[in-house]
Design a protein around this ligand. Structure first.
Ligand code: PDD
Length: 275
């Protein structure tokens, strides 16, 4: 079952208008939630981020946060989802193509869930990445549908035979195609400050809390690609990837070239937050 506009419907019964501004302009916003043991993980943090993005791009949410959570929980129940993700998208609505906000259009909500297992192999063994210039706009803190640069970056990684891409602006590392990035150097954890150049990841925030609890010093100070290559450990964080070690970048090993000890400590602690 899906949720579209105002009802629960089968996917095949959904009729989407070509006038949905999501198609013409990428004029919409989204969230991806994790479901562990049949429950939404960090639901209120996702809703706060959704509300902030909606307000910044001036889309009126068609439901309150509490109503949206009820809808998502019903979806999870109807689909008997135990482990997976929930995708939630709100576009500005349907109107003939013209740039100004349409006066009549009503925002459209789409939500569905997918069975997605935790990527245990890569969480354990780590992944390789390449670096690429971050060609995105200056509001990367907003979770909008305009993901073409992210799609191109991810594909560049796959074409290069690795799984992820580390984005940088003039040598300063920002984040990855669909995750945040952190490094450990001399037992200190570094990550890009939560400003307009990165998405303020829910997993990023969880990991920073865990680091504090474990007594790992945290500096939300940006680092360069050079510092990344010299790091003792590196990993990415995100709803789907959780905490995934980076073991090689641009063909160079990070640290020992295997997942590092503090990364493993954070992973163990992270699992305890939902198990
Ligand atoms: N992406 N940075 C970017 C650019 C992202 O797209 C995401 C999430 C993250 C991590 O945020 P969080 O921890 O809240 O998932 C960071 C989702 C999963 C996606 O687009 O599929």
């Amino acid at each position: 079952m899906y949720f579209y506009k105002n009802e629960f419907v089968h996917k095949n019964d959904i009729h989407i208008s070509p006038d949905d501004r999501g198609y013409y302009f990428g004029d919409g916003i989204y969230e991806v939630f994790r479901v562990y043991q049949g429950e939404l993980y960090e639901a209120s943090a996702h809703m706060q981020r959704l509300e902030r993005t909606a307000s910044e791009v001036r889309i009126q949410l068609p439901y309150t946060s509490d109503e949206i959570i009820v809808i998502l929980n019903k979806l999870i129940q109807q689909n008997e989802l135990i482990e997976g993700t929930v995708y939630l998208q709100i576009t500005r609505g349907e109107a003939p193509r013209a740039h100004p906000f349409p006066i009549q259009a009503k925002p459209i909500l789409l939500a569905y869930c997918s069975e997605v297992k935790r990527p245990l192999a890569t969480i354990q063994n780590g992944i390789k990445a390449i670096t690429e210039p971050d060609i995105r706009w200056l509001r990367c803190d907003l979770k909008t549908l305009n993901l073409l640069p992210n799609v191109l970056a991810k594909q560049a990684a796959l074409d290069a035979g690795v799984q992820e891409v580390v984005l940088h602006r003039d040598g300063t590392v920002t984040e990855c195609s669909a995750s945040n990035i952190m490094i450990i150097k001399d037992a200190i954890l570094y990550t890009h400050p939560a400003n307009h150049l990165i998405l303020h990841g829910i997993t990023r925030a969880v990991v920073l809390r865990l680091a504090h609890a474990l007594g790992i010093p945290v500096k939300d100070v940006a680092f360069t690609t050079e510092q990344l290559l010299q790091a003792d450990e590196a990993f990415i964080t995100g709803t789907t990837v959780e905490i995934t070690p980076l073991i090689q970048i641009d063909g160079q090993a990070i640290g020992s070239g295997t997942p590092g000890p503090l990364t493993a400590k954070l992973q163990t602690e992270f699992e305890r937050t939902f198990l």
